[in-house]
Ligand binder design. Structure first.
Ligand SMILES: C[C@](O)(CO)[C@H](O)COP(=O)(O)OP(=O)(O)OC[C@H]1O[C@@H](n2ccc(N)nc2=O)[C@H](O)[C@@H]1O
Ligand SMILES: Nc1ncnc2c1ncn2[C@@H]1O[C@H](COP(=O)(O)OP(=O)(O)OP(=O)(O)O)[C@@H](O)[C@H]1O
Length: 291
């Protein structure tokens, strides 16, 4: 059986770092939601082994690839002798703060769960996927959720009010590990108001969603990568309703209600930034992740 799986990018509407844990990770509290910018993963059953191809040269082609590692994990855990050919149609920018790799891993887990008839629940797939990356459990389920712990403790939320999301990715990538390493917990000046964001989402209050956007990792990434601050300021000046850096960066996203404003923001940004995308917030409306 051949299977095609969608691997959408995520953005963080809020991101708070609560404390550093003894295992080196940080306990987080964030609101995450999926957007309509996605990789597609084609899975084809083979007689043995794992082979991987990608339309992008920017991802590893071997066992460092998170989709490859997801397949290896499933094969090993469930003693599967069959193999799989994985073709990643890459559309989500790499090392961008959009969970591109985690989403590929999550999509591979979902696809192989179906292909090999394993009957695993989203929770079980998320538990497996946490070994591959902190964002994988959220990416298995998609939609909108509060994510706590390393990112695996998920509380589903209703979708945020519909809007456009303009994404601008500076030319460089950012290492998530380096951002967390450089974070000085004593220097966090302002934390997200989670209750405020939850109320805004619950009431479908778009201006309030925009005014509650907040990410403590901006305080680390922006001073190190001035282009991030520059893009944020440009997006505001072109009229985006709310603007924030996603995850550990460097992608900056702008939430925009009106289509005419989307055109202005996108056209304005194209003068400064090659990778600009205008997509819709999915937030729970995407239907089946299996195409
Ligand atoms: C920043 C976010 O994108 C927010 O959505 C994610 O938390 C990052 O998720 P991810 O890329 O899947 O992260 P992982 O691959 O698990 O971790 C990369 C590195 O980030 C740091 N890390 C990540 C998640 C977490 N809760 N605490 C951490 O300290 C660790 O140094 C880790 O070695
Ligand atoms: N399938 C994949 N797609 C993208 N990157 C991958 C993949 N597999 C492994 N990687 C590696 O993972 C690293 C992080 O890439 P990714 O695109 O997931 O970053 P990110 O968007 O910052 O993730 P996050 O938001 O979860 O921190 C890159 O260095 C990349 O080489």
């Amino acid at each position: 059986m051949d299977i095609s799986v969608k691997a959408p990018a995520k953005i963080n509407l809020t991101l708070d770092v609560l404390h550093k844990r003894p295992d080196g990770y940080h306990d987080l509290e964030m609101v995450m939601t999926t957007v309509d910018l996605a990789d597609r993963i084609d899975l084809t059953e083979t007689s043995g082994g794992i082979r991987l191809e990608s339309t992008s040269g920017f991802v590893p082609f071997d066992d460092r690839n998170l989709a490859y590692r997801a397949a290896a994990l499933i094969k090993e855990r469930f003693g599967i002798q069959k193999g799989v050919h994985i073709l990643i149609h890459k559309h989500v920018p790499v090392a961008a703060g959009l969970a591109g790799g985690s989403s590929d891993a999550a999509a591979t887990l979902r696809g192989l769960n179906t292909m090999w008839d394993l009957g695993l629940s989203p929770e079980e797939l998320g538990d497996l996927g946490l070994a591959l990356g902190s964002d994988v459990p959220f990416c298995v389920r998609g939609g909108t959720a509060i994510a706590r712990g390393r990112g695996e403790k998920l509380t589903p939320l209703s979708p945020p009010p519909p809007c456009w999301v303009v994404l601008a990715k500076p030319p460089h990538g950012v290492s998530t590990a380096e951002v967390f390493q450089a974070l000085d917990m004593r220097k966090i000046a302002e934390r997200p108001n989670l209750e405020g964001m939850l109320k805004a989402i619950d009431q479908g209050d778009f201006p309030s969603v925009c005014s509650h956007l907040s990410n403590v990792l901006e305080g680390v990434t922006m001073p190190a990568y001035p282009k991030v601050r520059f893009l944020k300021e440009r997006m505001v000046s072109f009229g985006a309703d709310g603007v924030l850096m996603s995850g550990s960066g460097p992608t900056v996203f702008g939430l925009v209600k009106k289509e005419s404003v989307v055109r202005r923001v996108v056209n304005g940004l194209r003068g400064f930034c090659r990778q600009v995308y205008a997509v819709r917030m999915l937030g729970g409306l995407e239907g089946s992740p299996l195409e």
